[in-house]
Design a protein around this ligand. Structure first.
Ligand code: FAD
Length: 487
């Protein structure tokens, strides 16, 4: 309603998936007075025995303004305690093949992104959920089917003895936060004409560790940077952890992974491409991690709509999994939850809230999905190019010295603001037109000024004389005519 109050009663919501996005959604709905049950396929990740089950997810990730805003809006205190355990990263540290490092700051106003432990974040959200008496957490439950006309879901529950039993559940609203291979999305497709596309990129990723310094126990690299070893068609990155180690990821085309067979080939590859990493990580660790850790694919997916009537909606990776090169996947998922909740609080009916959610969110998620894909090239190749650096510095110069022009880098608007992704894109296009026009004006201005000086000083007379003598030379060579002459 227009006064911002919900005109329908809070009801029963079932959330599928207790990853970061599902857990945050649980918190919003629970604090809003809904009866919340979260069903998770895996065991409770707070139980050390279950940690290894989530091996397909990176250990740490970059959280920035959108993710933080998603958390802060529902629970500022919890946000503080989560951020206390993060490590600021003020820029990229680029490592070349000779081991030289150069820092590129993310923002002229010293804003930064943060490296955060993924399971630590997820655990804190689950702890907070568990404290609320209108929340139930159900682990080892896998969604099998949804009968949305009957408001019913069927989960398969894994029993201690390895058997399974089916559990039927009723709810007013189902929220699918069950990741890229979402079963909720698959089930929703039976009810709504859901357009869907997905793409696996050619590169796979594999995780490595750089331990703390063996003697001092300190970080072996500057902890306040996201470290990148860009090598054109592949790259290695490292993010700091609280225990002073770094978690590193090698992104590389599948064929190159296939060529590295055995420890010697691996060490040869690292010695050639990332020689400094060999001494930082240690040969044995590199070999161990490479043999033990999976080489995992990267998927980018888009779909539309994200909901079915007032019954079901998908959030996070379930609706827009993206490649990780803008560090926005989870941030965008947290923003999904905040935007959905805004609609639930402000729109007249739940149907309207979900309709408006898809209408608002889809164009935004498409933009960030595409940007993430393009950023792979930027991270592994462009960051070392002079034209890229010149453009970045010029924009930053205008941003810090002429803020009235409103020029900001794309990166700063994506990572340090809550401006809608689609609006960011519009601003960037507008900005490029303005900068293009400024460039043209500067060029014309400079040419005009140069012309004036030449005319004023009379230099054009010398120039004219040179031209005439050149013409005579040419005519001599060309049998008395300038026509048809080729240098
Ligand atoms: P998920 O984390 O996939 O969670 C889904 C949950 O649903 C899981 O717990 C799963 O067990 C459960 N589930 C699945 N199926 C069922 C079922 N049938 N029934 C019940 N439960 C089910 N994002 C960033 O913001 N910053 C980064 O720096 C960043 N780095 C990344 C690096 C890599 C290498 C990768 C691969 C991703 C990165 N991301 C990053 C993206 C980020 O990991 C995801 O966007 C985020 O995890 C999405 O959260 P989610 O809760 O939507 O899905």
């Amino acid at each position: 309603s227009s006064d911002g109050a919900t005109v329908y009663e809070p009801q029963k919501v079932v959330i599928i998936g207790a990853g970061p996005v599902g857990s945050l959604a649980g918190l919003y709905f629970a604090k809003g007075g809904w009866q919340v049950t979260v069903y998770e396929l895996r065991g409770d990740l707070r139980n050390p025995e279950n940690r290894s089950l989530n091996f397909t997810k990176s250990i740490n990730l970059a959280i920035s303004e959108r993710g933080i805003n998603g958390l802060r809006t529902v629970d500022p205190e919890l946000t503080e305690s989560i951020l206390d355990e993060s490590i600021p990263m003020h820029g990229r540290m680029i490592h070349d093949k000779r081991g030289r490092q150069s820092s590129q700051k993310y923002d002229v106003h010293k804003r930064f992104i943060r490296s955060i432990d993924r399971s630590g974040l997820n655990e804190k959200l689950l702890d907070e959920l568990e404290r609320m008496n209108n929340v139930e957490l159900k682990f080892n439950h896998s969604l099998k089917s949804l009968s949305l006309e009957k408001n019913e879901a069927v989960f398969e529950r894994r029993l201690g003895n390895g058997d399974y039993e089916n559990v039927r559940v009723q709810a007013d609203l189902f929220i699918g936060a069950d990741g890229a291979h979402s079963q909720t999305r698959r089930q929703m497709m039976k009810y709504v004409r859901l357009n869907y596309s997905q793409e696996y990129i050619d590169s796979l990723w594999c995780e490595f560790q750089i331990p703390p310094h063996p003697e001092t126990g300190d970080f072996q690299l500057d902890p306040n940077h996201l470290h990148i070893w860009p090598r054109q068609t592949f790259m290695f990155i490292a993010l700091p952890n609280q225990d002073r180690s770094f978690t590193c990821t090698l992104f590389m085309p599948e064929d190159m992974f296939k060529d590295i067979v055995g420890p010697e080939a691996l060490l040869g590859f690292f010695r050639k491409e990332f020689p400094d990493v060999v001494s930082l990580a240690g040969e044995e660790n590199l070999i161990g991690d490479y043999l033990k850790n999976q080489k995992l694919p990267l998927i980018s997916l888009k779909c539309n709509p994200y909901h079915y009537r007032n019954k079901c909606v998908i959030l996070g990776d379930a609706s827009h999994a993206m490649v990780p090169f803008y560090g926005q996947g989870m941030n965008c998922g947290f923003e999904d939850v905040r935007v959905l909740w805004e609609h639930i609080c402000n729109d007249a009916t739940l149907t309207e809230a979900l309709d408006n959610y898809t209408a608002e969110r889809h164009p935004d998620c498409v933009v960030i999905n595409d940007l993430a894909m393009n950023n792979y090239v930027e991270m592994r190749a462009s960051v070392t190019s002079t034209s890229y650096l010149l453009k970045k510095h010029f924009q930053e110069f205008l941003y810090s010295w002429f803020p009235c022009l409103g020029v900001r880098t794309l990166y700063s608007m994506i990572s340090f603001s809550n401006i809608r992704y689609s609006e960011v894109m519009k601003r960037v296009k507008r900005q490029e037109r303005v900068l293009g026009a400024m460039g043209t004006m500067i060029m014309f201005g400079a040419t005009g000024a140069a012309g004036y000086v030449v005319w004023k000083k009379g230099w054009y007379k010398d120039g004219w004389a040179v031209l005439l003598s050149w013409r005579e030379e040419v005519m001599k060579m060309n049998g008395g005519s300038i026509r048809g002459w080729r240098p």
